[in-house]
Design a protein around this ligand. Structure first.
Ligand SMILES: [Zn+2]
Ligand SMILES: [Zn+2]
Length: 604
């Protein structure tokens, strides 16, 4: 049994779409009840944890006398199918005063359920409810389908260890995951997606393609190999180009920052649990989780006037966030990350334009990847600073901009940052998974906390607004996403090795080297495979490494000053003049074309 990483990965992706239809949620949660009933038939002493619906499925946690086997899952699934065929209705069987409920659960030997009842806040009322189907009754708030026959197409997937209440000091339970859909077709599609996702797993591809690795010596932080770093640089160049066109200037700010700054910014009170705090001689410092407070320090180094605004800073400094280790989420959840961070200091009457600019830069930066952004507007959370008027105004502003822009969006009630509402940008990948990407925030709080000002047209002082956003989010996570999106078969502009030159025989080595030099001089990443392997073996390996373009050179090519390129996708041509080939590669690279096609995973 292993700690399951998939769930954590999808968690980290914040892909958990809140858009799950109610009836799917009811069906999946009902499936969890049916699974618990089946498990109790097999293991009458099983102690039940919780069994919620999740994105794409459901789970239930159990304390069992022995580890579950694949054969157990088959048996449990068969028993669920029996219940489905039996057409048992889900009934609200009783409401009990808490003490009676606890007595009943004690009788049934269900300590975790008792803990749930004990921990319910007073506001939940004096009684708790129970729901029943067939002979199985469970403590539950409700939300089921009418009958067991309403469970559509389902399958149990796997087991994983899960600490009770996610607390590593509490018992580790066995969690069974299942998936349930309206139709067999949807189920099949989902199972295909899971299979495909496994093949595309960026941790696996990262190793196979020599891009990056993880080491226990620095948990939850990637080691970028030369080929991974080539991808990073290509992403960074593109981000810088987009920022430059957006009128940004780049800054760089320190990692280790004294506590006093975090106190002023509000991070110390609201974000300290996520910070690495260090003893810095007679001071306390924190490794920065965000760049904003330091950019504010830069802003404050001079008297600013309305003429200076907007001031747009981009910052690619390293950030640190205190995530739990032992989490196998690869690039999706790291403790040290780099964002393509942007902060705009502007006048209040410039905020709308800055938000418009932000949305347009998001579209521009995503375009070469083939990502179509959608938005979620996150409103005021419970834990927040600032008055209700602040929030009202800021939320209204975002709504207007989104409406004008025409980007599809939905609301995420209570999902805002503690200092302001935000627009979260989402994309859907090739497997239909939803990823949270950019976040755009108009912030009235930090300028106030830091008492920022600028000289206005009338000679008085006004407070600027800060607009924050990162478009990739973190480079680490974005590399994980695109690695899976393309199944490691990166388009030319991102590919670590863009062109590999393969001499047919040793006597072609010299010419092969001149081809490589011509490509390198034109700014492309090219290599010669000079090993004394057979040409076919070299091509096979280049194909496995998903190199976009392979160039075979033999006698005729060398004589004519030509090349015979072959694409990863199988297309090939003969005797292309070298200069023409280089110009073609340069043009495709500069245009950041989505070329050649990624192809299927199985080709590797
Ligand atoms: Zn229930
Ligand atoms: Zn910021």
């Amino acid at each position: 049994m292993t700690i399951d990483a998939d769930e954590i990965a999808s968690d980290a992706s914040a892909a958990l779409s809140s858009g799950m239809e109610d009836h799917l949620a009811a069906m999946r949660h009902s499936a969890a009840h049916m699974m618990a009933a089946a498990v109790l038939e097999l293991f009458p002493d099983a102690k039940l944890g919780v069994g919620p619906a999740i994105r794409d499925g459901f789970y239930y946690d159990y304390d069992l006398p022995r580890p579950l086997t694949p054969a157990d899952l088959e048996q449990i699934e068969a028993k669920m199918r029996d219940q489905q065929a039996a057409d048992l209705s889900f009934e609200h069987s009783k409401d009990l005063p808490r003490a009676e409920a606890i007595a009943l659960l004690e009788e049934r030997g269900q300590p975790f359920k008792i803990e749930i009842v004990n921990d319910l806040p007073e506001s939940e009322g004096p009684t708790v409810s129970f729901y029943r189907h067939g002979s199985f009754e469970d403590l539950c708030r409700g939300g089921h389908v009418a009958s067991t026959k309403d469970l559509g197409a389902f399958k149990l997937l796997n087991t994983a260890g899960a600490y009770w209440r996610g607390d590593e000091t509490r018992p580790m339970l066995q969690r069974i995951y299942g998936t349930a859909w309206d139709t067999q077709e949807e189920l099949d599609r989902h199972l295909w997606r899971l299979e495909e996702a496994k093949k595309r797993d960026h941790r696996k591809l990262g190793r196979e393609l020599d891009l990056f690795t993880f080491h226990p010596e620095s948990p939850a932080a990637p080691f970028l190999h030369p080929r991974g770093m080539a991808i990073w640089r290509a992403l960074e160049d593109w981000s810088r180009e987009v920022r430059r066109e957006g009128g940004f200037s780049e800054v760089r700010t320190p990692s280790l920052v004294r506590k006093e700054l975090w106190e002023t910014s509000g991070h110390w009170a609201n974000y300290q649990d996520n910070m690495f705090v260090l003893d810095d001689y007679d001071h306390v410092s924190g490794l920065k989780p965000m760049n904003c407070p330091e950019e504010i320090l830069i802003y404050r180094t001079r008297a600013r006037s309305y003429r200076d605004l907007p001031m747009r800073f981009s910052d690619y400094s390293v950030l640190f966030r205190k995530e739990r280790t032992g989490v196998l989420a690869g690039m999706f959840r790291v403790r040290q990350l780099t964002q393509d961070d942007s902060h705009v200091f502007c006048r209040e009457d410039q905020v709308d334009d800055e938000l418009r600019l932000a949305l347009s830069l998001v579209r521009k930066q995503y375009a070469p990847f083939g990502f179509e952004p959608r938005a979620k507007m996150a409103t005021r959370p419970e834990k927040r600073i600032g008055s209700d008027e602040f929030w009202e105004r800021a939320e209204q502003q975002l709504r207007v901009i989104l409406d004008e822009d025409g980007m599809a969006y939905e609301l995420d009630e209570g999902g805002g940052a503690f200092y302001g509402p935000k627009i979260d940008i989402f994309i859907e990948d090739a497997l239909g998974r939803e990823w949270q990407m950019a976040t755009i925030q108009a912030d009235y709080q930090l300028p106030q906390r830091f008492d920022l000002e600028y000289r206005a047209t009338d000679g008085g002082f006004e407070r600027p607004v800060v607009v924050h956003y990162a478009i990739y989010g973190s480079f680490e996570r974005f590399i994980g996403i695109v690695t899976e999106e393309y199944a490691g078969a990166f388009p030319l502009w991102l590919a670590p090795v863009q062109v590999i030159v393969v001499p047919i025989a040793d006597r072609h080595l010299e010419y092969a080297e001149s081809v490589r030099a011509a490509l390198a001089e034109a700014g492309l990443r090219a290599e010669v495979d000079a090993r004394s392997e057979r040409m076919q073996a070299k091509l096979r390996e280049a194909q496995e490494q998903k190199v976009p373009v392979m160039v075979v050179v033999g006698d005729r090519d060398a004589e004519a000053g030509a090349v015979s390129p072959r694409l990863r996708t199988g297309e090939s041509s003969q005797g292309v003049p070298l200069a023409e080939f280089v110009a073609d590669m340069v043009a495709r690279n500069a245009a950041r074309e989505l070329w050649p096609a990624a192809g299927s995973v199985s080709e590797g």
